[in-house]
Design a protein around this ligand. Structure first.
Ligand code: CTP
Length: 429
């Protein structure tokens, strides 16, 4: 990382950021860009959301700008709708933020320096003036980024006590930017396991998802493991980490899956967790539920873990693949193939044959051949019309029919299936 190689220029920020700064400063309120966008640009990465910090109080901002949204007035944050149609967060200079779980007590400040001093890491405490291009970096964040060092602003124990989530942020930033964690900061992180309980499940989840959205989560995950945070927050992964081979294979697989599919990457953490697919799926379900993930996310991860190992090999018949698809469900096909491709990439399987097989699975999934009972040419109504009394028998009959149709989709015609039902009942009587 060489910040000198590409210093921040005013045109690195969107025009809207300059417009907000100009507007506030002509009303007499000093304004700076801070936080993640400044940090990411200095690291030579594309910037995410641009956040601004200003001497103006929230009430003043709401008078100065025509269109604002009260995003977090109690924290001093106002959303300003800029001419580019996007919302920018502008926050009044603050100091002394005490966080209890999610609630923070905020005191406004008049000076930028006070605001920078209460931030978590030196690389996050750099201000940049969007019009003059000037940097304010009282804690040496630019040099830390250049030298590849992560340090808290001031005493690490104090910083982490203010907000325990910062421990996880440290592991993420160090992994993302390939930074070495400074000795004192690391010592404080090593004391953190056991103290993270006050951080809400939602914030822990957001952090994990952010790690998983990085190009290579492996580095941060290794730091989670080395610090003891992994064992503390995710004890179900302890067995994986304890075996070096399993852990390395797991991290390779996570990295091989797309950053745009964080849930798949989380599921991949469990691939080597236990010998049986069902217990792996159950462990992943428990973790995702504990993190209050959505039902769709829990369902996806457990489904993939339960079924991806049973995906038949390249020499499987169409019928075998259809049977597998029937258990998986069409909705999960793309993700299952992505998941499978990630595993294959980590195990250095032949990419051409993996891709060819995936195409075949996709084609079978997209065909008209029924994969569920609901897609059969006859249903409960027909069974009733045939004089069969409603009951659990219906489900059994339809599943038996589906079995046969999965084997041979040409059987999926009303008269053929009716005949099969008669034969089945005859055979059973
Ligand atoms: N911040 C902090 N302590 C926290 C969270 C945030 O001091 N627990 C400060 C940091 O200066 C940070 C800024 O607020 O850069 C913005 O925080 P946020 O938007 O949560 O994260 P970013 O640092 O922008 O990074 P990312 O978007 O990758 O999470």
């Amino acid at each position: 990382v060489k910040p000198e190689a590409e210093p921040l220029r005013p045109d690195h920020a969107p025009e809207a950021v300059r417009w907000i700064t100009r507007t506030l400063e002509s009303a007499g309120h000093e304004t700076w860009a801070v936080g993640g966008a400044v940090r990411d640009r200095l690291a030579g990465l594309p910037a995410g959301d641009w956040d601004l910090t200003t001497a103006a109080r929230p009430g003043e901002m709401r008078r100065i700008f025509r269109r604002t949204v009260p995003i977090g007035i109690e924290h001093g944050t106002v959303g300003v709708l800029a001419p580019d149609g996007r919302l920018y967060e502008v926050t009044t200079f603050r100091r002394d933020v005490e966080t209890f779980g999610r609630k923070a007590r905020v005191v406004f400040a008049d000076r930028l320096e006070d605001d920078l001093a209460r931030r978590d890491f030196t690389i996050n405490a750099i201000a940049w003036h969007p019009l003059r291009g000037e940097l304010k970096d009282p804690h040496g964040g630019v040099e830390d980024m250049a030298r590849g060092r992560l340090r808290t602003v001031g005493d690490p124990d104090d910083r982490f006590a203010e907000d325990r989530l910062r421990v996880l942020r440290a592991l993420r930033f160090a992994g993302r930017f390939g930074l070495e964690i400074d000795a004192e900061t690391w010592a404080a992180i090593r004391r953190a396991p056991g103290t993270l309980a006050p951080v809400s499940a939602e914030r822990v989840r957001e952090e994990l998802f952010k790690v998983m959205a990085d190009p290579s989560p492996a580095r941060s995950l290794k730091l989670y493991a080395a610090s003891g945070v992994l064992a503390d927050l995710y004890p179900e992964l302890e067995a994986v980490r304890a075996s070096r081979n399993a852990w390395e294979q797991t991290l390779d697989t996570v990295d091989a899956i797309s950053p745009r599919r964080p849930v798949l990457r989380i599921a991949a953490l469990f691939l080597c967790a236990t010998p049986e697919a069902a217990t792996r799926a159950a462990a992943a379900r428990d973790l995702l539920r504990r993190l209050r993930c959505s039902n769709a996310e829990v369902d996806l991860a457990t489904h993939l873990l339960a079924l991806v190992g049973e995906l038949p090999g390249g020499d499987a018949s169409d019928a075998e693949i259809r049977r597998w698809l029937s258990r998986l469900g069409r909705d999960h096909v793309s993700d299952a193939l992505r998941f499978r491709a990630g595993i294959a990439r980590a195990q250095v399987e032949n990419p051409t044959s993996v891709a060819a097989f995936a195409r075949r699975v996709r084609r079978l999934a997209a065909s008209d051949a029924p994969l569920t009972v609901g897609e059969l040419a006859i249903g409960g109504e027909d069974l009733r019309a045939m004089g069969i009394r409603p009951g659990p028998e219906y489900g059994r009959i339809l599943r038996d029919l589906l079995d046969e149709v999965l084997e041979d989709p040409s059987l999926n015609r009303e008269e053929v299936l009716r005949e099969r039902v008669m034969e089945m009942l005859g055979g059973r009587r």
